[in-house]
Ligand binder design. Structure first.
Ligand code: AMP
Length: 206
């Protein structure tokens, strides 16, 4: 479990940039850009940011030169409309999708996991009070930054995020199926190394 951590690790292993729309939005919120001011409250409520805004964000990011040799998307597309826009960009650029990792975990496991999560304010490294505690409580092992709980990592908001996932994101699976984007279902229950091994195998094996 932990799509962000796994995505970061996979992008390092594959040598391609990790494009996480959630991280991009949170960075915008932290630095009070016009985008950040627009999306801060929406993220804290556990709702999805509008398609128009997300399409603008992803188009700008995918226009940068580091994406030429491939990239890993984390948290995008989250709606059928976003998938359609992405499909169009790929068609225009003559790109194909190598794999879509579909992490599978029961809602209750997700709630437990996310409610115990702590994130470094400075470098965004992720911890868990039980499963992956930092060496010193409240302090990031990696950079010494302060660990905080994300505004959308409390139980109530996680449940709203799961609801948003069910109504708006789950239908994206149908888009992947009809467009033959190769889906790689992965059991996300287990420790991080185990789950990473499954993801890596799913991506690398035919
Ligand atoms: P994440 O870090 O991927 O869990 O994203 C955190 C939050 O950012 C989500 O709960 C949404 O509010 C927002 N967000 C990130 N990516 C998207 C997207 N593709 N579409 C809409 N909202 C998004």
């Amino acid at each position: 479990m932990g799509k962000g951590t796994q995505a970061q690790r996979l992008s390092l292993a594959l040598g391609i940039p990790h494009i996480a729309t959630g991280d991009m939005l949170r960075a915008a919120v932290q630095s009070n850009t016009p985008l950040g001011l627009k999306v801060g409250a929406i993220i804290s409520r556990g709702e999805l940011v509008s398609d128009d805004t997300m399409v603008e964000v992803i188009k700008e990011r995918l226009s940068r030169p580091d994406t030429v040799r491939g990239f890993l998307l984390d948290g995008f597309p989250r709606t059928t409309h976003q998938a359609e826009v992405l499909g169009k960009i790929f068609d225009e650029q003559g790109r194909k999708v190598d794999g879509v990792v579909v992490l599978d975990a029961p809602d209750e496991a997700i709630v437990q996991r996310i409610a115990g999560r702590r994130t470094c304010e400075s470098c965004q490294a992720s911890y868990h009070v039980l499963a992956k505690p930092p060496k010193v409580e409240g302090v990031c092992d990696r950079c010494g930054g302060v660990l905080i709980q994300r505004s959308d990592d409390n139980e109530e908001t996680v449940r709203r995020r799961l609801k948003e996932y069910g109504t708006k994101t789950k239908p994206v699976i149908d888009y992947f199926k009809t467009h033959n984007w190769p889906m790689k279902p992965v059991d996300a229950i287990g420790d991080m190394d185990q789950v990473f091994g499954r993801i890596y195998a799913a991506i690398m094996l035919p």
